[in-house]
Design a protein around this ligand. Structure first.
Ligand SMILES: [Zn+2]
Ligand SMILES: [Zn+2]
Length: 406
């Protein structure tokens, strides 16, 4: 064990102090991205901002070929394995109403999930770690990833070889997500299942159109669709182990044109969340059984399509324990929480954690003076993230690399 590794409280305190000195750069990059948010897998402006922020650092930089990702590798001065740090880059399709003076200048696009802060924290971590290469026994891969919000950007980067960017498979991986619904600076981790899978479904019912006054002469798909909405909720409570939670939500239901016409078709769309792969498969099978049975009872034809989304996010218990231990020293024991239950949201960092052991931390960023329970949450048009929390994220990225590579 190298004596310079941040095992001691003093070394960790120093790391946080160094992260704080980088705060002007962290904030400048964050606000630059916040003003000019981009969505999806092609984010040329964001990519350019990242490349600019990394200029002059001793990094090997590769741009993605299928997406506008950036992969940067920092070599320690001592030999050793590689680890990966990840920040996602993309914004969401909504109009910003925060009133901030660095608010989005792109109508209909906003960094409402805080991925601008993720990029800024990761870029500052690269800068910080660049001054610590004497203490690094191995390499750090910085994964700047587009397309987290439903575009599977992490999967594209895994397919392009980000896990082997240092010349060998990374040994462990780490990511951070800001959370506007937690007090600023509080970090939360969980060993094992952290976040849910997210699949979608579309059910199309076809009956026979007719006059609203004479429904017996038609085949009405509307009551069949209505039955399905209720029956799917009963299905979750009767078929799924309550200790292995699941959610089925019908988010869209559409049929008809006016009050006195029985429409020919009806359509339901929804999302399916599970925290284990067996339950994930069970829900699809049961949804098919329930909806097909109801359609048959109404003499309607049915088609069901599933959209396969992100897998369950599962962290490695050993890596998570190590992070919780040094995070307690870095941030204060009262600033590190162990989540008692998984979160039913989904993350495409799951594609990384499916391949290599690692963990993922939530960093509270609710602005001081706001009640976290009442504050606008992630994905809100009014969400605010406390920039004072960002040095903690920068220091955590750096501490992860220094701790894993000592
Ligand atoms: Zn999001
Ligand atoms: Zn997010």
């Amino acid at each position: 064990m190298a004596p310079t590794a941040p095992a001691t409280d003093e070394a960790l305190a120093e790391l946080l102090a160094e992260a704080k000195t980088l705060q002007p750069k962290t904030i400048a990059l964050r606000r630059r991205l916040h003003r000019r948010p981009e969505q999806g897998l092609q984010l040329p402006g964001t990519q350019a901002a990242i490349l600019h922020a990394l200029e002059g650092l001793p990094l090997e930089i590769h741009r993605g070929t299928t997406t506008s990702s950036v992969t940067a590798v920092l070599r320690g001065n001592k030999p050793g394995p590689a680890v990966l740090l990840r920040g996602d880059m993309d914004a969401l399709p909504l109009h910003e109403d925060t009133g901030d003076d660095f608010a989005s200048e792109i109508p209909g696009t906003m960094h409402a999930c805080g991925h601008d802060t993720h990029v800024a924290m990761l870029a500052s971590a690269a800068r910080l770690l660049s001054t610590h290469t004497d203490e690094l026994a191995g390499s750090v891969v910085f994964m700047f990833q587009p397309g987290e919000e439903g575009y599977s950007g992490a999967r594209y980067m895994v397919d392009e070889g980000v896990l082997d960017a240092a010349g060998e498979r990374v040994r462990t991986a780490f990511g951070i997500h800001v959370d506007a619904g937690s007090p600023s600076g509080i970090t939360a981790v969980r060993a094992g299942t952290l976040m849910a899978s997210a699949d979608s479904f579309t059910v199309r019912l076809t009956g026979r159109s007719g006059h609203g006054a004479m429904p017996h002469t038609a085949l009405d798909p509307v009551p069949a669709a209505a039955e399905m909405v209720g029956a799917l909720q009963t299905m979750v409570t009767r078929r799924v182990d309550i200790a292995d939670p699941a959610v089925v939500t019908v988010g869209r239901i559409a049929a008809g044109t006016t009050s006195n016409i029985i429409p020919e078709t009806a359509e339901l769309e929804g999302t399916i969340r599970a925290v284990s792969e067996p339950t994930r498969r069970l829900l699809q099978q049961q949804l098919e059984t329930v909806c097909s049975g109801i359609a048959a009872a109404h003499d309607c034809e049915i088609t069901i399509e599933f959209g396969t989304g992100y897998p369950v996010t599962v962290t490695d218990p050993d890596v998570t324990d190590r992070v919780a231990q040094w995070a307690g020293k870095l941030l204060g024991e009262d600033h590190v929480l162990r989540l008692p239950t998984p979160i039913m949201g989904a993350e495409d960092f799951s594609y990384v954690l499916r391949e290599v052991p690692g963990t993922f931390a939530f960093l509270g960023a609710c602005p001081p003076g706001n009640d976290p329970a009442q504050a606008a949450p992630n994905h809100s048009n009014r969400v605010h993230y406390d920039e004072a929390a960002l040095p903690r994220g920068v220091a955590m990225h750096a501490a992860f690399a220094l701790h894993e590579l000592r």
